[in-house]
Write a protein that binds this ligand. Structure first.
Ligand SMILES: [Zn+2]
Ligand SMILES: [Zn+2]
Length: 176
């Protein structure tokens, strides 16, 4: 069900599904408003709060959402859920042994083994934080590097990417 919200930046009222705003501190009517909010020049005061890494990760989820509003359809979601069912959450100790914990965690979330080229990224940049929500998986190191370049451009110059580098694991599922 859609609910009425007020844009945190421009104040304009808009409608959005409640499920899309769960846990969001700030909601925006448009990509432009999100961008303005995130811009150091336009919003020097609140921009500072983005330096808090937990705020950054929350903010990036919102950015992803704004840039790819339709990427996760109910069908895709169901498929992913299904692929995770029956696989069991347990990963044996033997498999854990000698492997990077974040790669093991990524496989747990995906419900399949990671491919050799796939790269695990930590949303809050803390490599020890292997919470499910903090893990992003890119299909290659070059995609991963592209994403880092986008982040840098975004946080340093306010450049909003026209297209976010797709990660293997969609944020909506990470949040569950
Ligand atoms: Zn707005
Ligand atoms: Zn990274």
């Amino acid at each position: 069900m859609k609910k009425q919200y007020q844009c945190y930046w421009c104040g304009k009222p808009f409608e959005r599904y409640e499920s899309q705003t769960v846990g969001k501190k700030y909601v925006f009517c448009s990509r432009q408003c999100l961008w303005s909010f995130s811009s150091k020049e336009l919003n020097p005061e609140k921009y500072v709060c983005l330096k808090d890494l937990s705020a950054v990760s929350q903010h990036l989820s919102e950015l992803n959402r704004q840039l790819n509003p339709t990427r996760m359809t109910a069908e895709v979601r169901a498929k992913i859920r299904h692929s995770r069912l029956g696989k069991g959450n347990g990963i044996s100790y033997g498999k854990l042994y000698g492997r990077h914990e974040h790669r093991v965690m990524a496989e747990k979330i995906l419900g399949r083994p990671l491919k050799a080229d796939e790269v695990v990224h930590h949303m809050d940049f803390n490599k020890r934080n292997n919470a499910a929500w903090n893990i992003m998986i890119f299909s290659s190191q070059s995609d991963h590097a592209k994403y880092h370049a986008q982040l840098n451009a975004f946080f340093q110059k306010g450049v909003i990417p026209t297209e976010i580098v797709p990660e293997v694991m969609p944020y909506e599922v990470r949040a569950t």
